[in-house]
Design a protein around this ligand. Structure first.
Ligand code: CP
Length: 308
């Protein structure tokens, strides 16, 4: 495929190929001179209809480190605000010689819609409650870097699973790479059919944490709560917040992760965010390496599905 729209569509081999390419990119990223010619002559545009710090900046820096021409389009300051449709906006960007469009949109399926209508490659940087594949790839990269593999690991994902595109992409990817994934959250924030995705679901955080190798906290997505928050932030933090005491249920060497942005004191205590086992800052660095790898693979168009 010319695009990266979700991990649901990728095989374990394709995911591993991306993660291996990211390993090479990380060497470049942490070296003294991180400028490479890999994307010379290529043009990369980010088109974001929702706020972002990590995803947008890491794509932009990845493009620059690899010598591409890059530009950002923010929906709020573009002709989208004058009523231009998503497809017309994407076609306009496509017709300017763009090789890759990276899109974040509040509607599930928006990246899939534009991918069908333009020549440029499309990368999904988060579509509604559906998927955030590049986040899951960087999460898996971070785990593999520390633990060697995902096979046989127990991964506990805690929080607002219902609204989380990060949880969905991680569930697709991690189960394909052999992890045992558990999710926990208030009943109102757990999708009723989540176990059909091959995960175990719990209504108490304690059950999910027992002997976990990896613990991932998720932000409560207030922006997607249509009818007011239940439970309240205070109740959520009391029953599901991850603090040092609760984390003792996980394995001694458990990795602590969060996609960011973190609401300190809600899903994770401040002490947990900053503790030695926390990989939150490393996740940010790895996000650049993974996005360098994706831009490289998609612009070569030896697509991730033709690797054999
Ligand atoms: N994790 C993540 O997607 O962060 P941003 O919203 O800052 O891009």
């Amino acid at each position: 495929s010319k695009d990266l729209l979700g991990l649901k569509e990728l095989t374990a081999e394709e995911i591993e190929y991306i993660l291996n390419t990211a390993k090479t990119m990380k060497y470049i990223l942490i070296s003294k001179n991180k400028k490479t010619p890999h994307l010379q002559g290529k043009s990369i545009v980010t088109l974001f209809y929702e706020n972002s710090t990590r995803t947008r900046l890491s794509f932009e820096l990845a493009s620059k480190y690899m010598s591409a021409s890059s530009a950002n389009v923010s929906a709020s300051s573009s002709s989208v605000a004058k009523g231009e449709t998503l497809i017309d906006t994407a076609k306009t960007i496509d017709m300017m010689g763009t090789d890759v469009i990276i899109i974040r949109h509040p509607m599930s399926g928006a990246p899939h819609l534009i991918a069908k209508n333009i020549n440029a490659s499309v990368i999904n940087a988060g579509d509604g409650m559906n998927e955030h594949p590049t986040q899951a790839l960087l999460d898996m990269f971070t785990i593999v870097e520390k633990k060697g593999s995902l096979k046989g690991l127990k991964v506990a994902i805690i929080g607002d699973i219902y609204h989380s595109r990060v949880a969905r992409s991680n569930i697709y990817g991690m189960t394909k790479l052999g992890a045992e994934v558990c999710v926990a959250g208030p009943a109102t924030l757990l999708p009723p059919e989540i176990e059909k995705l091959g995960v175990k679901a719990f209504n108490t955080v304690q059950e999910a944490l027992i002997d976990a190798d990896v613990v991932m906290g998720l932000r409560i997505q207030l922006e997607r709560q249509k009818k007011g928050l239940f439970p309240s932030i205070r109740e959520y933090s009391r029953f599901f917040g991850l603090d040092e005491k609760r984390l003792k249920l996980a394995k001694e060497d458990a990795l602590i992760m969060h996609p960011g942005p973190v609401n300190r004191g809600v899903e994770l205590s401040s002490g947990v965010v900053d503790c030695e086992k926390s990989l939150i800052n490393e996740q940010v660095t790895n996000g650049v390496a993974v996005r360098m790898a994706l831009l490289y693979l998609l612009t070569r168009r030896d697509s991730v599905e033709n690797i054999n």
